[in-house]
Design a protein around this ligand. Sequence first.
Ligand code: UD1
Ligand code: UDP
Length: 366
Amino acid sequence: MSTLAFVVGTRPEIIKMAPVIRECEKQSIDDLIIHTGQHYSYDMDKIFFEELELRDADYALRVGSGTDAEQTGRILVGVERALIKEQPDVVLVEGDTNSVFASAFAATKLHVEVGHVEAGLRSYDRFMPEEINRVLTDHISDFLFAPTAKAEATLLSEGIPKNKISVTGNTIVDAVRQNLKLAQKRASILEELDIDKRTYFLTTAHRRENVDNKARLSGILKGLKALHDEFDAPIIFPMHPRTKNRVAKFDLALDGVISTPPIGFLEFLLLEANAKLIITDSGGVQEEACTLKVPCITVRDNTERPETVAVHSNLVVGTDADQIVTGARAMLNKPRNWDNPFGNGDSGQRIVAVLKSAFEACGVDL
Ligand code: UD1
Ligand code: UDP
């Protein structure tokens, strides 16, 4: 019988949960990994298990793609089955995807305690599926691992009791620190793409509200072309499958952009660390840019990572091509001397320490 169950489902959950899983292994804690299968292509899933040296999941639910209701429903049923069989004391989820909310919901209905890693983030934009998942997950969780004091303050303002919240930093900093040297040793992506350090821009875009909307997606692509023309810089764009599908469906041109399939974490980390500028709508990439001291512009109308804007590592510019260029000019001229608001890379240890002491107090040895 396992006492702690991790649930992961998508690329960022695997990357950000890995430091916590690693810490449990180090401390010989009896744990279980449940993979919902929300992401399933090799380059969105298995590659991260390999690169981060994670053992295979104990349960592979293979829910796959679908509408929100289909995906959420399949995860609920699958996770419930696994939890009834395994009876863990606590389930840990990370982030804001359908896998996160559905797993937390299944657990709480079975009276299994839920720990939410990366709690308290808010974009205040209910149009985003992630915002709904975050709010609901926070309000049914027993342990809220807030990355920053700001996230803690948000949770308190929503009436969540202080004794449920721990400020732990963000596990993305652990992931960056644990893997950057390895990336520098092992990855050869710059040579493969034939680009030099600090001469290129790196971009990602996959948010539903951006890429499923033809006007917003074409605004981003026009912005990238304009950046390429103004700065004469290669624009590297590892493309999420959702985005690839939409570019084809909307019949949009990829002018001035070097597009690749999604790439492994070590390769991506190396590309981020050596970029001149990062252009993204990803949550994790905004944090990584901030951690790696690479300027970032966010092609969205808001961010649930306002800490990055507050330290001036990131600018929220929307999806209009002119605004993208103006934002890029502004960020390229800023000094890269900000402090990292997301902690110093010991979040995995802190999260495990909180859980251990809470369970010890109830006579359960994790
Ligand atoms: C999901 C999360 C989003 C997160 C992102 C991380 C929700 C609502 N969205 O978005 O918060 O930022 O993951 O990348 O939970 N596809 C593949 N292979 C895969 C997975 C998906 O080809 O392994 C394609 C399918 O056509 C699928 C589409 O990508 O329909 C979207 O996948 P889905 O998991 O529904 O949402 P994401 O956009 O990946
Ligand atoms: N990432 C990666 N390869 C890529 C693009 C991103 O390994 O081609 C990593 C990136 O380093 C970050 C995470 O994926 O840790 C972010 O995932 P994504 O942007 O899909 O989701 P979000 O963070 O927006 O939820």
